[in-house]
Design a protein around this ligand. Sequence first.
Ligand SMILES: NC(=O)c1ccc[n+]([C@@H]2O[C@H](COP(=O)([O-])OP(=O)(O)OC[C@H]3O[C@@H](n4cnc5c(N)ncnc54)[C@H](OP(=O)(O)O)[C@@H]3O)[C@@H](O)[C@H]2O)c1
Length: 254
Amino acid sequence: MKVLVIGATGNLGIRLVAALLTHGHNVVAFVRSSNKLESLLPPSVYRQIEVVQGDATDPVSIKKAILDANCDAVVNTAGLAALAPWGKSELPAIFRAVVDAVRGAGLDRKKPLRAWFLAGLGVLYYPGSESMLSSYIPIFLEHRKNLRLLKSLPPNAIDWSMLCPSTMTPESSDFNVPTKTLQGKLIANAASPPSWKDSWIKYIPWLGKVLLCAMNAGRYETTLEQNAELIASDLESYESRWIGTTVGVIDGSK
Ligand SMILES: NC(=O)c1ccc[n+]([C@@H]2O[C@H](COP(=O)([O-])OP(=O)(O)OC[C@H]3O[C@@H](n4cnc5c(N)ncnc54)[C@H](OP(=O)(O)O)[C@@H]3O)[C@@H](O)[C@H]2O)c1
């Protein structure tokens, strides 16, 4: 596929560029500064991609980038959610702009585009319930608003998926192609976290589920490279079991 990576200079975005090329995709990087991207990537990798400069809060330039380069898919890694429940970041504005642009490009093309968005563990459902994990540990709440926006779209507006990792750490800062992921593949699950560890602790009044969420949270740490690999390999096909859902991930080798 031809994939527009929005936020290609970020921790995940830069690794996604390398992973997408490794999987045989064509990459168009949407960044605020092409000089910054060029300084981060090996010259042999930078030469393989197209670069568009623009601001991710501007739906018009994102849509133009999609249509001009004839992209089949978009991955948004731009913006960083505020940690505190009262915090405000640019992410919701970026998210809305990307959704509007991807939807608009799909309408023009008369075919919805494939798109991956990023959120966090907190928008996944506590297993077996309809409460999100962020109801128990209220952090990074901006992702909830972003998910509501995706869920409010009419059917066939965007073939979206929302990746919901916990903390992602770097394996290396080698962005050569092909990539060499040292860690194993992620185990993924729709809507709730895979391999949740249950415990009697949840029955402690008021605090039980909060404690259990806190105990589980560390188990969901993954690497940036593993998540880049998941998206790049999923985009090898237009069919995906992750369309229209949030996706939780865990490192199966841990
Ligand atoms: N890192 C984690 O552990 C983690 C865990 C769960 C979820 N997430 C989510 O995953 C996503 C990616 O995380 P990350 O660690 O890769 O973030 P990051 O390293 O902070 O990268 C953010 C990227 O967004 C770009 N950006 C910000 N505002 C922009 C704008 N107005 N126009 C264009 N580009 C803009 C930045 O570009 P510049 O280089 O120009 O500043 C940068 O490339 C975020 O949404 C985050 O909330 C991250």
